[in-house]
Design a protein around this ligand. Sequence first.
Ligand SMILES: *[C@@H]1O[C@H](CO)[C@@H](O)[C@H](O)[C@H]1NC(C)=O
Ligand SMILES: *[C@@H]1O[C@H](CO)[C@@H](O)[C@H](O)[C@H]1NC(C)=O
Ligand SMILES: *[C@@H]1O[C@H](CO)[C@@H](O)[C@H](O)[C@H]1NC(C)=O
Ligand SMILES: [Cu+2]
Length: 398
Amino acid sequence: MVQTTVFTSSLFLSALFGCSLLPLVNAHGQILGVSANGVYNDGPNIYYSGDAKNAKTAVRTMYEASGPSYNLPTDFTDDSKMACEGASGAPVTIQVSAGSDMQIDWVGATSDLLNQPGTGDKTWPDGEYPWVHAMGTVATYIASCTNGDCTTFDASEGSWVKLEMDGIDLSQSISDDLRSTMAAKPEEYYPTGAGLWGMAKFVQDGSSWNVTVPSGLQNGQYIVRHELMAVHNPLTSSDATTGPQVYVGCIQVEVVDGGDVTLPEGTKAGSLYAADGDFAQYNVYSDNGANFVNPGPAVWDGASSSSSSSTSASSASTTSTNVSTSSSSTVYTSSSAATASIAAAAVASPTTTSVDEASNSTTSASASASTSSGACRRRRDVKRMMRKRHSSSFHETH
Ligand SMILES: *[C@@H]1O[C@H](CO)[C@@H](O)[C@H](O)[C@H]1NC(C)=O
Ligand SMILES: *[C@@H]1O[C@H](CO)[C@@H](O)[C@H](O)[C@H]1NC(C)=O
Ligand SMILES: *[C@@H]1O[C@H](CO)[C@@H](O)[C@H](O)[C@H]1NC(C)=O
Ligand SMILES: [Cu+2]
């Protein structure tokens, strides 16, 4: 009987925490809701499409509950996956005033960090949990819904302009509380010394992030693309299920009280990050945070409008480029109309901002196969790898 009991309880545990569980484990998290102009809008329930809140949400369903919950380097060149599965709009578009903050709350899919020190003072309702990863970037992009209606806009056509990216700030450190929490689960925090990842800041703030809508932005419909890129499972050449995990959330907004600034030409979602670039290959454990460079296009200053759309700019946006190197973290700051249009042109054509970042679109898809096994396989892989990498015991991975 003892044996039976043990067997039963381990079955029970594996049902609770194991890989055979529901889509919950695969999902790792999603946008919980968004506050804009004092109104809170609930994100969708990705596990039950019949939930009434799904009929009132401005947040696009990020991924099928049964599918992979995040994009890996093999997905980086996919305009649709990198933009919330492109075509499927949310039913609602919410208003936000130019110059105001939007608060974007995320929710984790598992209880690993629930009520753990360092995860913010938020009280989580039943069934909702903090975000579970603390190493990686937080970024926000915006694209115009060029058809004038975000509820039907195909986001894979979006021309994404980067509003911000928090990579690692070496002048700050993770809180002692969150470091201790992460040492237990789901993965130990690196760097071991100073270095605050945007994602750690986000977890410390209760899995919440504020982004300011540029104050001069022209009224109209836009998608705000909020992105968490977790780096805890470095790419290994032999395994296509490894690499940074890119979680993308898309919020449909109507900017009101705006100015006369139009977005510069941006970047197609599938051209933001190179599938074989420095970011895709970044190893947080060997680098210990020291040489991380924010990947992707330059941050827009929020002020320099695009000049009357030139044809070269629009064709440049469809070029797949490995921009994830060096100088892409330049911030354009313009002080005059002349430099503004130069900056706009530079943003419009990331390929030309640094010539040494040679165009290379032939990367990606080769390893498209084995994505089916999903998150659980990744969890096992990272566990195995980490055991190899560190002799110290490695606990839960995610
Ligand atoms: C976001 O802004 C709101 C409203 O000002 C504030 O209450 C909240 O603390 C901010 N959140 C973060 C993470 O800074
Ligand atoms: C960009 O592509 C070039 C040419 O293939 C390659 O040498 C370089 O390593 C790539 N860099 C990144 C960051 O992808
Ligand atoms: C792109 O990468 C492939 C494979 O690494 C390489 O053979 C090719 O020369 C690169 N192309 C450019 C334009 O850098
Ligand atoms: Cu995860």
